[in-house]
Each structure stands twice: as C-alpha cells, then as structure tokens.
Ligand binder design. Structure first.
Ligand SMILES: Nc1ncnc2c1ncn2[C@@H]1O[C@H](COP(=O)(O)OP(=O)(O)O)[C@@H](O)[C@H]1O
Ligand SMILES: [Mg+2]
Length: 222
C-alpha cells in the first residue's frame, strides 16, 4: 500500500466524476482515464489502517476471484491517504453495466434471469460468499458474462458453500426492494439456481425456494 499525500491525491483525482458518495463525502470516483478510485474511511487507529483496511481485503478478493475465473476489476494500486483518513483502491473498470441497470433498461428476459441464477449457483459452488451481492454489485459485461464489483465484503473458502450459508447469502442477494420489483412475477432466478446448484436435498431446495418467496413478499409489501 502506497502512502499518498493529499496533494498527490488531489492531482490524481482532478476532474474526476463522483460515482458514489455518502454522508461522509465522496466514495467512488471515475478518473479522467476512466479508471476508478474507491475510498474507505479509516475507523481505527491510523497505525493499523493499512493492515486491516477494506482496501486490502478488496485487493485480496480481486486476486482470488481472478484465479477462480470470475470476472472482476483489475487492480492498479492501493493507497493510504492518512491526511484525509482514507485508504483507497485504484482499479480498471470492469466494462459493462450493473444487473440493476440492465434490468431497468429493458423488459424482463427469461434467458438473462436464467443465466443470473446459474451464475449465483456458480459463485456458491466455488465457495464464494459475497455479502454485498445485490444487483448493483454484479456487472453484465458486453460479452454477456457476469462479474463482481464492490468486493471488500466476501469470504472465499476452498469448499462449496453449505446449505445455511447459501440461504444466508440469498437474503443478501434479495435484500433490496428495488431489485426485487425489477423481477416482476418471474421465479426464473431461483428456479435456475436450484437447477444448477447440484444439490438434490429436498429439504434444502424447499427451504431455499420458500425463503426466496418470503423475501419477495416481504419486500413487495412496503
Ligand atoms: N469496476 C466497475 N465497473 C463499472 N462500474 C463501476 C465499477 N466500480 C464501480 N462502478 C460504479 O460505481 C458504483 C458504486 O461503486 P461501488 O463499488 O458499488 O460502491 P458503493 O459502496 O457505493 O456501492 C457502482 O454501482 C457502479 O455503477
Ligand atoms: Mg456497490
């Protein structure tokens, strides 16, 4: 992780576009060369910031995902900008649009949802537990492949996920009302997941489908 002064950071981020911000300020910047800088607030002792930072976890996860053949961003560098109490990841964009943007841009396509269900099953088969797995953090590339961004919060184990983790992750995936509304009445994502997850345990499948149904009802009502 490279130490960066606020002057250097100012220079690097000159004329950048803010892609995301929150009450603490700018969070994600697109630089003039189209690369992206994502900033993380340092919440612990400055001296520990570079060791335990989400920026470091982001970088580690990017490396592992690439090894596992899951498209993601390609890392340029990691920065510690202590003057503004931030660490940062700098990366090349994963070309494409988010699944949310894709679904918003056209009528529901069964084939797309089928592929998305298959992709989610693939992540779980590869041991990837992605806590931020909503539709705003999954990218559809121009080649119609799926990939992941916003990857700080993830655990990757050497074994495929067990039943409990799969269902817990489904709750992350179906967390946002706006995403669920984009699916209309289609149950293709969960049906495709079940078809591709290579689990024949009926109790699991029933529980998975029931949880998906409950989440949709719950989110649809408010
Ligand atoms: N690698 C990328 N490729 C394309 N768009 C990106 C990429 N990284 C971030 N973005 C855009 O910036 C937005 C916010 O980035 P993200 O890392 O998801 O931050 P947040 O913590 O705000 O969710 C994304 O929803 C997406 O629109
Ligand atoms: Mg995000």
């Amino acid at each position: 992780m490279r130490n960066m002064t606020s002057e250097e950071f100012k220079q690097l981020s000159q004329n950048s576009i803010v892609l995301a911000d929150d009450e603490y300020g700018k969070k994600v910047l697109e630089l003039t060369d189209h690369s992206i800088i994502k900033l993380f607030r340092v919440k612990r002792l400055i001296s520990q910031a570079t060791i335990y930072s989400p920026a470091r976890r982001f970088a580690k996860n990017a490396k592992k995902l690439i090894q596992l053949n899951i498209p993601t961003v390609s890392l340029i560098d990691l920065y510690n900008i202590s003057s503004i109490k931030r660490t940062a990841v700098h990366y090349h964009q994963l070309e494409g649009v988010t699944v949310r943007e894709y679904l918003q841009s056209k009528p529901i396509e069964d084939e797309f949802l089928f592929k998305l269900g298959e992709f989610l099953a693939l992540l779980h088969a590869k041991g990837i537990f992605f806590r931020s797995a909503h539709f705003g953090n999954i990218i559809v590339t121009p080649e119609k492949q799926f990939g992941l961004i916003d990857i700080s919060d993830m655990t990757i184990s050497r074994f495929s996920l067990g039943y409990i983790k799969r269902i817990r992750n489904l709750k992350h995936i179906f967390r946002i009302k706006e995403d669920l509304l984009l699916l209309g009445d289609s149950l293709i994502i969960e049906q495709s997941y079940v078809k591709h997850c290579s689990i024949s345990n009926k109790l699991f499948i029933d529980k998975f489908l029931k949880t998906a149904g409950n989440l949709r009802q719950l989110k649809g009502r408010f």
